[in-house]
Ligand binder design. Structure first.
Ligand SMILES: CCCCC/C=C\C/C=C\C=C\CC(=O)SCCNC(=O)CCNC(=O)[C@H](O)C(C)(C)COP(=O)(O)OP(=O)(O)OC[C@H]1O[C@@H](n2cnc3c(N)ncnc32)[C@H](O)[C@@H]1OP(=O)(O)O
Length: 302
């Protein structure tokens, strides 16, 4: 699936601005792009990709400090990196994890949702839809190695993956807390959650805006495994190895069959969903709530 119009334009702008695969990364000298040694890492500004072509797997590390919030730039760069892997036959699986200590992703970037104009909200929501669709329908095996708190939009990313492994730390909660902020999850994300944990559990989780700590997350089924923090990466890679053993075409066709109806319901109503979002987020009452919340977050340190 190709990037949607608005996201593609932004992607091109980012690429022109140089936000593309480059080395050195993390200050380590690395072979020049196209060096072909099969081991080099590549990165744009906010996503670090560590490829292991021999295994057919890449690790994507979200590194948009301080909290990997889903800004337009971050989502665009993420999708560029994902598309590059999708287009490279060497890669059949991706582990998604965070490079920001203690935070997988803080979810949607609240500064994108506050005090902007309707055109911006529309562009932003289109990018959120695109992120979800591209991950949800990815041909590759996606394993989320959740090494930090994972609320709302962070949970959205994790829920698109085939497997979620959570590090066992009581601070690392996961869930869709939207109602706590006075907002409503979109129907397609609700469907994604229902497909994952069932209808009854989703009703409770969504209405109460529950954030599950590890043991509860495992019990309700929003994650598949909870492991000690120092075993997260190795567990994610061994889960991946098991999935890699299945012939790709059969696995992928099965995944597509299982996910088609959920994805189609958004694809068929994308514009209406954007309009719904713009109307909702533009309401004075919603703006006020989000602004107060953002201010509280900013004052936390002071
Ligand atoms: C009927 C139609 C329906 C259609 C659909 C309609 C609506 C859907 C609309 C919206 C859906 C929204 C879903 C979301 O994802 S909203 C975001 C939810 N996320 C959160 O609530 C998490 C907020 N953040 C935190 O709780 C903490 O930051 C966190 C636990 C992640 C980390 O704590 P830590 O102590 O390490 O760091 P902080 O000091 O709190 O934060 C550092 C820095 O980052 C800023 N920040 C944090 N989160 C966000 C964010 N989500 N967006 C933007 N900025 C964020 C924070 O303000 C600090 O900034 P500064 O003080 O350093 O400037």
């Amino acid at each position: 699936m190709a990037l949607a119009g608005g996201v593609r334009v932004r992607a091109r702008a980012l690429l022109r601005a140089g936000a593309q695969f480059r080395g050195p990364v993390l200050g380590r000298p690395e072979p020049a792009a196209g060096g072909g040694d099969g081991t080099r890492r590549f990165a744009n500004l906010r996503v670090l990709v560590e490829p292991d072509p021999a295994a057919g797997v890449a690790v994507m590390k979200l590194k948009s400090p301080p909290v990997n919030s889903l800004s337009l730039e971050f989502m665009t760069e993420f999708l560029i990196s994902l598309e590059k892997l999708e287009n490279d036959k060497a890669f059949r699986g991706v582990v998604i994890t965070s490079d920001c200590p203690g935070v997988f992703s803080a979810g949607l970037d609240l500064t994108e949702l506050c005090g902007q104009n309707p055109a911006h909200y529309a562009e932003y929501w289109k990018a959120v839809q695109e992120l979800w669709l591209r991950l949800f329908l990815s041909n590759m095996v996606l394993v989320a190695a959740i090494n930090g708190v994972c609320p709302a939009g962070g949970c959205l990313m994790a829920l698109t993956c085939d497997v979620r492994v959570l590090a066992d730390n009581p601070k690392f909660v996961i869930g869709l807390k939207e109602t706590q902020l006075g907002i409503v999850v979109p129907f397609w994300l609700k469907d994604n959650l229902v497909n994952t944990i069932g209808h009854r559990a989703s009703e409770h989780a969504l209405q109460l805006g529950l954030l599950f700590p590890p043991a509860e997350a495992l019990q309700v089924g929003i994650v598949d495994q909870v492991v000690p923090e120092d075993q997260l990466q190795s567990t994610a890679l061994s889960v991946m190895a098991r999935w890699m053993a299945i012939p790709d075409h059969a696995r992928h066709l099965t995944k597509a069959m299982m996910r088609k109806a959920t994805a189609d319901s958004l694809i068929k109503h994308r514009d209406a969903d954007i309009q719904n979002f713009v109307n909702f987020i533009s309401r004075d009452s919603i703006q006020k709530t989000l602004q107060v919340y953002l201010q509280k977050l900013k004052q936390k340190k002071g």
